[in-house]
Design a protein around this ligand. Structure first.
Ligand code: HEM
Length: 475
């Protein structure tokens, strides 16, 4: 992860200044691993529209922007996002709400079937606030220490409930696991898109693969509203993704938030049983084949047979600089259905990445719940999983395309209806995974490893837009 502490002027490719001081923090550049104590506070605006606007105005004073910090690391950061129900609860007029994208207005629950949220993932199993329309605002607090987090939360709770009369409808604490791992035990969170004017050289491999062997970064408008995206910077006549007029449509973005419960014991049992039949019991390699990276993050494309001897550092230049068509068309190194190859196929679909580079997301998720003790293979009854959080300018073109076409279905990769093995499948669905090689290895039909427990589509306003929402000047 990169830090927001340098002072380089940020401009897009055509020289347009990037208004960092108006863009919320943790979108373009992560706060960094030091901020490993996080709580997501979901608010229902039960105090009424005026008290809702007052709360937004109050929160706007505290929000961290993307501007360089100066003066060292703040003890904590506050960021704010709003659902479509939240905009309605704030009294935003219908014609303004109609100018947001269709999928945002519809909301995650009403798009459940398309997202694969059926069966065990069905919204009927979600936390109620995500299905009854009462989740209006999301305040994310990232802190350096548990003490700082507790202090910030105590103040926040009092402002929300006592000062403004609203209700906290859900709170989700999250914490980075040692070694930046998620609960299945893989290092996570370092492959991110490279963005013009924002990303450093070390994010090579994060943008669009070029036939020259080089990469180019993506246009800012793929992630922040109000700037040219990959269509409009070449052809100004084309329309930007659905976004309201300024101030709302300037320097904001859309956020996807999903609570994904992980059945770690079942995942461990399944993989270790399968490994008994795989390359003389090489469980570490089988785990790597499922994700496309070894546990420490080293990509199979660079290290196909064994991980590097020294612990892999995902921050080194070129850590994400790999492709699939050069010498791995058939998936002998990184299987065609591996998680990273599905979620960012790079050049694997041909046409120099033209079929994949419009479907990129900035991921900022965090694990929640206690770690299952190492080597335990029976569930301990505690809930644990991943808060999956990502940012994109178009939820339907970016997040939903990955989730629907690449994670939940395998057709585009020539894998029939096999879904991403890491997520697990519905019992009886018959979905499996083929690990290509001299002699293909078949992972038997998936058990359910990951289950959706709630989620929402949100809008993350720029700071001016947040202040305008606070005083009701957004028509
Ligand atoms: C519990 C569920 C999930 C787990 C445990 C998980 C785990 C991982 C891991 C270990 C990596 C490799 C590390 C890295 O590249 O940073 C990764 C990469 C990634 N995941 Fe997931 N993931 C989950 C769900 C999802 C979902 C639902 C999506 C999107 C719909 C997604 C999208 C991505 C993307 C885009 C990458 C980066 C690929 C690249 O650029 O190379 N993940 N994930």
């Amino acid at each position: 992860m990169t830090k927001t502490d340098d002072a380089r002027p940020a401009v897009t490719a055509d020289g347009t200044p990037i208004e960092l001081a108006d863009i919320q923090g943790d979108i373009l550049r992560a706060y960094g691993n030091a901020y490993d104590c996080t709580t997501y506070v979901w608010i229902g605006l039960t105090g009424g529209p005026q008290a809702g606007r007052d709360l937004v105005a109050r929160l706007a004073e505290e929000v961290t922007s993307a501007a360089p910090w100066g003066g060292g690391k703040p003890t904590h950061h506050v960021n704010v996002a709003v659902t479509a129900d939240g905009l309605r609860a704030l009294g935003v007029r219908p014609h303004v709400i109609d100018s947001f994208s269709h999928e945002f207005r519809q909301g995650m629950k009403d798009r459940a079937e398309r997202l694969g949220d059926v069966g065990r993932n069905d919204p009927e199993h979600w936390t109620t606030c995500f299905t009854d329309g009462s989740a209006h605002l999301l305040v994310t607090v990232n802190a350096l220490t548990p003490k700082r987090l507790d202090e910030a939360l105590a103040r926040l709770r009092s402002v929300i409930t006592e000062t403004h009369g609203h209700t906290i409808v859900d709170e989700q604490a999250a914490k980075m696991l040692p070694g930046s791992r998620e609960h299945f035990g893989y290092a996570d969170g370092f492959a991110q898109p490279a963005i013009e004017g924002v990303s450093e050289e070390k994010t090579r491999g994060g943008g669009v693969p070029q036939s020259s062997g080089r990469w180019r970064p993506l246009a800012l408008g793929e992630f922040i509203l109000g700037y040219p995206d990959e269509d409009t910077r070449d052809d100004r006549e084309r329309r930007l993704p659905s976004a309201p007029d300024a101030p709302l449509g300037r320097n904001g973005t859309y956020m996807v938030w999903r609570r994904l419960e992980q059945d770690v014991a079942r995942f461990r049992r399944t993989v270790s049983a399968a490994a008994e039949r795989y390359e003389c019991g090489d469980e570490a390699k089988l785990r790597a084949k499922i994700v496309g990276r070894w546990d420490d993050g080293a990509p199979l494309s660079h290290y196909p047979d064994a991980p590097p001897e020294d612990t892999f550092d995902g921050r080194i230049p070129g850590a994400n600089d790999f492709r699939f068509l050069d010498d791995d068309v058939l998936g002998a190194k990184c299987p065609i259905g591996a998680h990273v190859r599905r979620t960012n196929p790079r050049d694997a679909l041909g046409w120099d990445g033209a079929l994949s580079f419009r479907h990129r997301i900035i991921r900022r998720g965090m694990p929640y719940g206690p770690e299952l003790p190492k080597r335990a293979t029976q569930d301990d009854g505690q809930e644990r999983g991943l808060v999956f959080a990502c940012f994109n300018a178009s939820i339907s073109r970016q997040f939903e395309a990955i989730q629907v076409q690449w994670v939940t279905d395998g057709n585009v990769f020539g894998l029939g209806h096999d879904s991403d093995f890491l997520m697990g499948g519905e019992p009886g669905s018959g979905r499996s995974m083929v690990i290509q090689g001299e002699c293909p290895f078949y992972l038997a039909p998936q058990d359910p490893f990951v289950s959706t427990r709630g989620g929402a589509y949100l809008f993350v306003p720029g700071l001016d837009a947040l202040r305008a929402l606070g005083v009701g000047h957004v028509s």
